[in-house]
Design a protein around this ligand. Structure first.
Ligand code: NDP
Length: 310
């Protein structure tokens, strides 16, 4: 019997996903009826974007699982109408995109590229940057994205320290964990990269006290979530020169309002939540394979721990 799969996401995503998903279901050996308007009572699975119109999951009485099109699920985990298992997206395309964005922005700051891109003023500035091996980098969050970014930077020679909630081992990275490991991870870091999920425990994690542990004149790169950083503390640190520059991809309110001070701040680079996007061609396969696992009685991958919030 075909499984009824509801695609619940903003309209423009339907065109991107419908063929990719149909093909992926076939490849995964699934008979699937994919639609945007199934009767809730007959839906077996929901493929879901957190910015979709659907917010009440109560009528989906036979739904076996909700599969998020996004990696970050902070807006879904607080939805009390959702009682079904929730899988977040871990997708090779998403990971590769994040690695490229993080490596690019890290190298920009490490090499001091701005001096030459914006400083074509006839002055021969022959300051040579240190080698990567002399530039300590810290990544908060050692999950699918943080670990991959950390390893890419370690492969370039950066000494990389990573921080997670539980104990982890990631080749090439000095792994610290828990509240005891945080200050150690931050101390003397010259480039800080945030790839944590937003949860009650990570909200405003980067405050004035924690910024004070970083190396003087260090850099902050945030592709995680805006509210991981206390914006006021960051602005004070930028204004005093304690932090040299912040590259921010995510914000408390998105789109970032046009009159927000970050846009005009000379030491802030704003990118509009484009660090990495879900790629339909690879995400469709990940989702189809996860549904197939459920259908075959195997545990689904990347299930969200609702209590932890990620
Ligand atoms: P994962 O769930 O795979 O990894 C999360 C990591 O954060 C884990 O290492 C986890 O520790 C750690 N963590 C969570 N809470 C704490 C805590 N309280 N203290 C210490 N460590 C903690 O997530 P992903 O790597 O897939 O994604 C990370 C985030 O990136 C997403 O939640 C999303 O917000 C953001 N993102 C941004 C995108 C963009 O375009 N800007 C695109 C995609 C994602 P442990 O390993 O012990 O569980």
């Amino acid at each position: 019997m075909a499984r009824n799969i509801l695609f619940s996401a903003p309209d423009h995503l339907w065109d991107d996903y419908k063929d990719a998903l149909t093909q992926a279901f076939e490849q995964a050996g699934l008979r699937a009826d994919l639609s945007r308007d199934h009767d809730p009572a007959v839906v077996d699975y929901i493929i879901y974007a957190p910015n979709a119109a659907l917010t009440d999951f109560t009528p989906f009485t036979r739904c076996k699982a909700v599969l998020s099109l996004w990696a970050g699920v902070e807006t879904i985990v607080t939805n009390d109408t959702l009682s079904q298992p929730l899988a977040r997206l871990v997708d090779p395309g998403l990971t590769q995109g994040m690695v490229e964005w993080v490596v690019g922005h890290t190298l920009r700051h490490h090499l001091g590229m701005d001096t030459h891109i914006h400083g074509q003023d006839g002055i021969w500035r022959d300051h040579v940057p240190p080698l990567a091996r002399d530039r300590p980098v810290t990544i908060l969050g050692l999950g699918a994205l943080g670990a991959a970014c950390g390893q890419a930077l370690a492969n370039l020679g950066f000494p990389v320290t990573g921080w997670s909630r539980g104990v982890k081992t990631v080749e090439g990275i000095t792994c610290l964990h828990g509240s005891a490991g945080l200050n150690q991870a931050l101390t003397d870091a010259e480039i800080l990269i945030l790839l944590l999920p937003l949860t009650p425990l990570t909200h405003d994690l980067i405050n004035a006290e924690r910024i004070a542990h970083l190396a003087n004149g260090g850099f902050v790169i945030n592709p995680g979530r805006g509210a991981l950083i206390d914006d006021g503390a960051l602005r004070a640190a930028l204004d005093s020169g304690r932090i040299a520059h912040a590259t921010l991809d995510v914000f408390r309110h998105e789109p970032l309002p046009a009159d927000h001070p970050f846009w005009a701040h000379p030491k802030v680079t704003v990118t509009p939540h484009i660090a990495s996007q879900t790629r339909p061609s690879s995400a469709a396969n990940v989702i189809a394979q996860n549904i197939a696992r459920c259908e075959n009685g195997q545990p689904m991958k990347n299930l969200v721990n609702r209590k932890r919030g990620y």
